[in-house]
Write a new protein. Structure first.
Length: 251
């Protein structure tokens, strides 16, 4: 009897495996560049647990809006909320509320071992920025736009323009400081947690704000069920642990 039960259980597992393979989807995801570390870890984990495949195309907010409004097919986005504020891009996603996945604030980073500048107050941050010889950042992004607005709020936007060393991707921002191509980096704090650099501190007081990354399914997706499963996976306790470990706050 026990052998019969084991055989039946084995047959059922084989059947489930076959069904999973038949239903396996290949998800095309567009995502904010600052989510790279998180999704590069959670994507493969989801693949192992679900049987689906995940291909992620990262980009800045302008690039993501362009991707969303192009004819290129995709199944879901995990993007800065600013993408959904673009009317044409929002139409490419299913109606209804988006799902907040992660959020993170802003800070300043220096080369590892360099003296830490004072960024503990708006005036201290202002002086640190003015004294810096060069600043690595990515202006053409939702995060970069906010950083530029802080420069303007401090009244030093024009003074800092010649110092800005524009980077092509978020990952290149701390790399520029680590290599000595820029004195400081100003961007999202999770991006600034990288080899060769140290976080000097977060934006102080009212200058601090969190950038929120939200998820939604594409209206034209042919894999809506798998896309929803991936979004649900991003909200699991295990995923939340990974989000925190990568320097972000969940939800």
């Amino acid at each position: 009897m026990r052998q019969l039960l084991l055989a039946a259980a084995g047959s059922m597992l084989a059947l489930v495996s076959i069904m999973s393979n038949v239903q396996a989807a290949e998800l095309k995801v567009i995502a904010g560049g600052s989510m790279t570390a998180v999704l590069n870890e959670l994507g493969p984990q989801f693949e192992r647990t679900s049987g689906h495949k995940v291909a992620v195309q990262f980009g800045s907010t302008p690039q993501l809006i362009k991707l969303a409004t192009s004819d290129a097919p995709f199944d879901l986005g995990v993007v800065p909320v600013e993408v959904f504020k673009d009317a044409a891009a929002r139409e490419r996603f299913a109606p209804g509320p988006t799902i907040d996945v992660a959020r993170v604030g802003y800070g300043v980073a220096i080369r590892a071992g360099a003296p830490k500048p004072d960024v503990s107050s708006p005036e201290a941050l202002k002086q640190t920025l003015l004294k810096a010889q060069s600043i690595a950042m990515l202006p053409e992004s939702a995060a970069g736009a906010y950083v530029m607005s802080v420069f303007a709020k401090l009244g030093i936007a024009d003074a800092l323009k010649p110092k800005i060393k524009v980077q092509a991707t978020p990952a290149q921002i701390p790399q520029a400081v680590a290599k000595g191509d820029a004195e400081i980096a100003v961007f999202l704090t999770n991006v600034l947690i990288a080899p060769g650099v140290e976080l000097a501190g977060a934006f102080p007081g009212d200058l601090q704000q969190e950038l929120v990354f939200s998820a939604a399914i594409a209206t034209q997706s042919k894999e809506a069920a798998a896309a929803q499963a991936f979004i649900s996976y991003l909200k699991t306790p295990a995923s939340i642990t990974t989000i925190k470990a990568k320097g972000m706050n969940p939800g």
